[in-house]
Design a protein around this ligand. Structure first.
Ligand SMILES: [Cu+2]
Length: 150
């Protein structure tokens, strides 16, 4: 059995850190990037750490989009493509970042504006869902926080 409590100290100094309180799941710097062209999909990025008794991340939802898919990016030669993933095992840090795994948000609410925040809810194979507040940024805006430089 694993009874380890996640150590949060390393994250306490991070600016833009957005952890849900009183949870075993840590979500850092959750960001939703609006589409460059209305009607196109938006994207979502975050870092997540969850203990192994959560087993796997199985879905992410937001009231700001009709449907959210978890995607991973694959490259073959110099061609990049992406495909949906249904579950991602937890137990170490999971990064959704530009060029790699990302959320794809379909049917993004036209009301949603850069500078606002909206909920992102993470669902796991075990345990209750965890909701955090994600920053909304424009299509060309930097992500900030740990994602800087991408
Ligand atoms: Cu995608």
């Amino acid at each position: 059995m694993r009874n380890a409590v996640p150590i949060l100290a390393a994250l306490l100094l991070a600016t833009g850190c957005n952890q849900a309180p009183s949870t075993d799941v840590e979500v850092t710097n959750p960001v939703i990037r609006l589409p460059a062209v209305p009607g196109r999909p938006g994207a979502g990025y975050f870092h997540l750490r969850a203990p192994q008794d959560r087993v796997a991340l199985t879905a992410v939802t937001t009231p700001a989009a009709e449907r959210v898919e978890m995607h991973e990016t694959m490259s073959e030669g110099n061609m990049a493509s992406m495909r949906p993933v249904r579950r991602i095992e937890v137990g170490r840090e999971i990064a959704f970042a530009p060029g790699g795994r990302h959320l794809m948000l379909f049917g993004v609410s036209p009301e949603l504006k850069a500078g606002e925040t909206t909920d992102l809810t993470f669902q796991f194979e075990q345990g209750a869902p965890v909701t955090v507040s994600a920053r909304v940024i424009g299509a060309g805006d930097a992500l900030g926080g740990e994602h800087d430089g991408h």
